[in-house]
Design a protein around this ligand. Structure first.
Ligand code: HEC
Ligand code: HEC
Ligand code: HEC
Ligand code: HEC
Ligand code: HEC
Ligand code: HEC
Length: 411
């Protein structure tokens, strides 16, 4: 009995120990993957696609199985200086180079062993799945509110008609009992209208007001540009870049995380890749040549033309709030953790960008009423305890922290 007890206790302790052990390992591991991801996205992502299918960008796709081919030592030397490794006559290195020999990989001699371990751990794990929260996109409160009112109105009308019908029946039954002449609902309605012309006048006034109301609504939505999709000076496709090639939004719109504006990338950013990619199809070549023309690059000699007067690419702005409104990207992307797609729709499927949301004041406010604030966020750390007291632990939506105050959104 006692020995049995002891044994099961021992087993418990053992599994507890194992649990602790593995959690610690995992914690340590997760951290290095995070650092690896940072290193990868700033140094490697422009040339290497990371994902389940090994797609080729400039370099080969680095899916987990690619790494199984090489030893860690080989990968260390390759990443630190691939040219040196090739020159040393290493067979594997020469084979990789021949396969992709149109461009050599830059050297990263300043990477420490730890950096390299982190990057390789990240490559091995692959990018975390992007969870796109499109559910909230449907928060188009105005539309659903209008359709709700319509349902109520129609229901009320049906009830009234039924009621009138029943009353007319009762009246007819009473008349029959008295032996008077009966009339149908329609007949008595016409007679009643003839006797009371004021009803017709009121009806006309109502219709007039209704029409005016429609016109007013129309005026309020002047300038609402939902669906706006201008043709751009270069046929840049988000589907090819963000979709098929999986380039991260932040690679080109780095401002979205740290500042008010997301920003549109300059031609230099395009050249990180298009120095090597001149296009395959005729139309692709033509469009990419426009980048070279803007920045002064000669694709034949692969050199920048000296003394060239660069012409900025004049992208046409798609999203545009009026000057009176203030919107800050980092507050939404970084602090609130809202996905780009919640507001901009499935950009990674668009050949040509289009304005997906209405961007009206009602749109902002609807989301502020519904969206919960992440109270665990360090940004609000000091405040969160007060809130929990004030709202007795219920969820706190953005309106409760002042998200409906005029001054927050208007200068
Ligand atoms: C400017 C583009 C570029 C950048 C940046 C770049 N690479 Fe490469 N990489 C290449 C090319 C091109 C090849 C193919 C071999 C060659 O032509 O030199 C390659 C090959 C590789 C290979 C061998 C893959 C295989 O399938 O055999 C590995 C591993 C690798 N790169 C890792 C990295 C890592 C890690 C980074 C970031 C620290 C990085 N690369 C940054 C262009 C790049
Ligand atoms: C390779 C660079 C690149 C990547 C990656 C990229 N974009 Fe863009 N984006 C651009 C360029 C260039 C424009 C301007 C031309 C246009 O509107 O198509 C643009 C325009 C936009 C616009 C419209 C801006 C306006 O004028 O109002 C939005 C919104 C946008 N991108 C969102 C995204 C999102 C979300 C992602 C990730 C899914 C993403 N972009 C990935 C380069 C990029
Ligand atoms: C909460 C909604 C929301 C989210 C989330 C959001 N945006 Fe925007 N975005 C807007 C609004 C509103 C505008 C128009 C801003 C203006 O005109 O001042 C805009 C404008 C833009 C523009 C063009 C103008 C500029 O600011 O430079 C780009 C590019 C853009 N967004 C990209 C992104 C990317 C990339 C992400 C994700 C990292 C993102 N947005 C996340 C609402 C959002
Ligand atoms: C991270 C690498 C990368 C960056 C940065 C990048 N591109 Fe590309 N781009 C590609 C790849 C890969 C293709 C597909 C190549 C092909 O089809 O031949 C491509 C194709 C294109 C095409 C041809 C599309 C077609 O129909 O064939 C155009 C135009 C283009 N890019 C414009 C741009 C512009 C403008 C920028 C800067 C705002 C940019 N790219 C930045 C990787 C990049
Ligand atoms: C998809 C949901 C969503 C949409 C759409 C949205 N917001 Fe927000 N907004 C948030 C969230 C969540 C926060 C809280 C962020 C935080 O924790 O500070 C926030 C915070 C803000 C704040 C700061 C409020 C405060 O008290 O600190 C301002 C200002 C703001 N939003 C403006 C706008 C404007 C202007 C628009 C429309 C153009 C808009 N937002 C559209 C979700 C949204
Ligand atoms: C969450 C952000 C937000 C808050 C809070 C907010 N607004 Fe707005 N407001 C906007 C945006 C965005 C627009 C631009 C809408 C457009 O272009 O259709 C706007 C437009 C307006 C306009 C111009 C009307 C029009 O249709 O062009 C007025 C007036 C206005 N707001 C008044 C107010 C007042 C008064 C309050 C406080 C009770 C307030 N707003 C609170 C975001 C906000």
């Amino acid at each position: 009995m006692t020995s049995q007890h002891c044994k099961s206790n021992g087993r418990k302790r053992l599994s507890l120990f194992a649990l602790l052990f593995f959690t610690t390992i995992q914690l340590g591991f997760a951290q290095s993957i995070e650092l690896g991801e940072e290193l990868f996205s700033s140094n490697c992502a422009s040339c290497h696609y990371l994902g389940p299918e090994s797609k080729k960008l400039i370099g080969p796709g680095l899916a987990d199985h690619t790494l199984e081919e090489y030893t860690t030592e080989w990968l260390y030397s390759w990443i630190r200086n691939s040219a040196e490794l090739i020159a040393s006559g290493d067979e594997a290195a020469i084979a990789v180079y021949e396969e992709y020999n149109k461009s050599a990989m830059p050297a990263f001699p300043y990477f420490s062993d730890e950096d390299l371990d982190n990057v390789l751990a990240y490559i091995e794990q692959g990018p975390a799945e992007v969870v796109v929260d499109v559910a909230e996109v449907g928060v188009d409160g105005e539309a659903s509110a209008t359709s709700n009112t319509m349902v109520v109105l129609v229901a009320a009308l049906v009830m009234l008609l039924l009621f009138a019908f029943v009353l007319a029946r009762i009246k007819n039954v009473l008349k029959e009992i008295k032996g008077q002449e009966t009339s149908s609902l329609l007949e008595s309605a016409l007679i009643w209208l003839k006797q009371t012309p004021i009803v017709i006048a009121l009806f006309c006034i109502f219709m007039l007001l209704y029409a005016l109301g429609g016109a007013w609504d129309g005026l309020l939505t002047v300038g609402v540009q939902k669906g706006y999709q201008p043709e751009q000076p270069i046929a840049f496709s988000h589907k090819i870049h963000a979709g098929e090639n999986g380039v991260d939004c932040n690679y080109c719109h780095s401002g979205a995380r740290h500042s008010k504006s997301a920003g549109v990338p300059s031609a230099n950013v395009c050249m990180n890749c298009h120095t090597y990619i001149a296009g395959e199809s005729e139309s692709g070549k033509e469009e990419i040549a426009k980048i070279y023309d803007a920045i002064g690059f000669d694709p034949e000699s692969r050199t920048y033309i000296e003394g060239y007067e660069q012409k900025p690419i004049e992208w046409i702005r798609v999203h545009n709030l009026p000057d009176l409104a203030y919107f800050n990207h980092s507050q939404h992307v970084n602090v609130a953790g809202v996905e780009c797609q919640t507001c901009h729709g499935p950009i990674e499927e668009m050949e040509v960008v289009e304005q997906y949301s209405s961007l009206t004041m009602g749109w902002c406010i609807d989301c502020h009423r519904e969206h919960k604030v992440d109270t665990a966020n360090a940004y609000y750390h000091d405040l969160s305890e007060n809130w929990v007291e004030k709202y007795h632990g219920e969820d706190i939506s953005v309106d409760k922290i002042g998200g409906l105050e005029c001054g927050k959104c208007h200068y």
